[in-house]
Design a binder for this molecule. Structure first.
Ligand code: ACO
Length: 327
């Protein structure tokens, strides 16, 4: 069976820009602090009434256009998201309906910021097995809806957006997604969580007042885990194929924080020039982060046919993963 190949990418960011200076008016923070500690300068926010599926569809249309694939030819849609339009049904079914992808079966994957890498891993196995010929993989999150705008530890970090990839069986031997690698450590669940709004702690007047339906994070622990695990999984997944980091042509790293990104690249000994960076413009867009970065890098001509590309992401769970791709 041939490998699955990424034949199209697309991305979407809402128009509204929220700068660090805007946030100075909302919480006790400063542009200098945010820039120095994170590298983020601004982020996007979805318009009122704009839902995760709307952003996902906008990114998907661009990826389908690049791939030259019509919606009715898609067999599978996997959406990585933790902010679906509603608890039920999934975001993916709404995307299917809006695109008119009539023959596609569709479902969501919840792995927070690692969501698109998890979704990519699931979809590529369907394509490689022959169960799906054309698959649409989307990472989309409307994370600003999960933010407590009084919590400066979190509200400065995130933004909204969506990215998409179209997969098809590779036409040439040796090209395509060589492998994906997924790991989870649920004992770290408490370091990044939205405590209320699920079955354990249904919404009440009290927990709504306390903002327990918004994200709560132990930033230092997340930071340590992110650096440790992104480094480990990338080295491990390259080694599977006998590659050294020096052989990697380009890397796409989840855009959480410039310091995490620099620490990982330094440890795996890949120069920062080989990495797409857009967190200054978008902040952390959760599951959308990797496919937006990938799309921008592809469209900028940074990733070329035949390149060895390493993709990596980590998020709440903690959950992390990587993909090794021969473009
Ligand atoms: N503005 C000003 N001061 C702030 C802000 C802010 N926005 N946020 C925190 N501070 C303060 C803290 O209150 C603390 O003050 P104190 O010393 O008086 O208590 C001080 O700054 C230092 O806080 P630290 O938490 O030690 O700061 P640190 O250097 O660790 O940076 C940060 C915090 C940016 C959150 C960092 O820990 C981080 O990036 N962690 C990773 C988090 C992340 O990326 N999460 C995304 C989701 S998961 C993922 O994508 C991997």
């Amino acid at each position: 069976m041939p490998l699955a190949q990424i034949i199209g990418t697309g991305s979407y960011a809402p128009a509204q820009v929220i700068t660090n200076h805007d946030l100075e008016k909302v919480v006790d923070t400063s542009d200098a602090w945010i820039t120095e500690r994170t590298g983020i300068k601004e982020r996007r926010r979805a318009a009122p009434g704009e839902a995760t599926s709307d952003m996902a569809v906008a990114a998907a249309r661009k990826a389908l256009e690049m791939a030259g694939v019509a919606p009715e030819d898609i067999d599978l849609i996997v959406v990585g998201t933790i902010t679906p339009d509603m608890p039920m049904p999934s975001c993916a079914v709404l995307v299917q309906a809006k695109l008119g992808a009539k023959k596609a079966f569709a479902f969501d994957v919840a792995a927070a910021c690692a969501g698109s890498v998890y979704a990519l891993s699931v979809a590529e196995q369907f394509v490689r097995s022959g169960q799906a010929k054309r698959a649409l993989v989307i990472g989309a999150d409307l994370f600003t809806g999960l933010l407590n705008w009084k919590d400066r530890n979190t509200c400065v970090l995130f933004g909204d957006g969506a990215g998409a990839m179209v997969l098809a069986p590779a036409q040439e031997e040796g090209r395509g997604i060589l492998s994906t690698h997924l790991r989870t450590d649920g004992t770290l669940a408490e370091i990044l969580t939205v405590p209320a709004g699920g079955s354990r702690e249904p919404l009440t007047e009290d927990n709504l007042r306390e903002q327990r339906h918004k994200v709560v994070m132990n930033g230092r622990e997340v930071f340590k885990c992110a650096v440790r695990e992104l480094t480990g999984i990338t080295l491990e997944s390259l080694k599977v194929h006998g590659y050294t980091p020096q052989q990697v042509d380009y890397v796409i790293v989840h855009q959480a924080n410039m310091r995490i990104l620099e620490a990982v690249l330094q440890r795996i000994e890949i120069p920062i020039e080989k990495c797409w960076i857009n967190l200054d413009k978008y902040g952390n867009t959760s599951a959308a982060s990797v496919p937006i970065a990938l799309d921008e890098a592809v469209r900028a001509g940074k990733i070329k046919r035949g390149d060895l590309v390493a993709i990596m992401a980590v998020g709440a769970g903690m959950a992390w993963g990587s993909a090794v791709v021969r473009w």
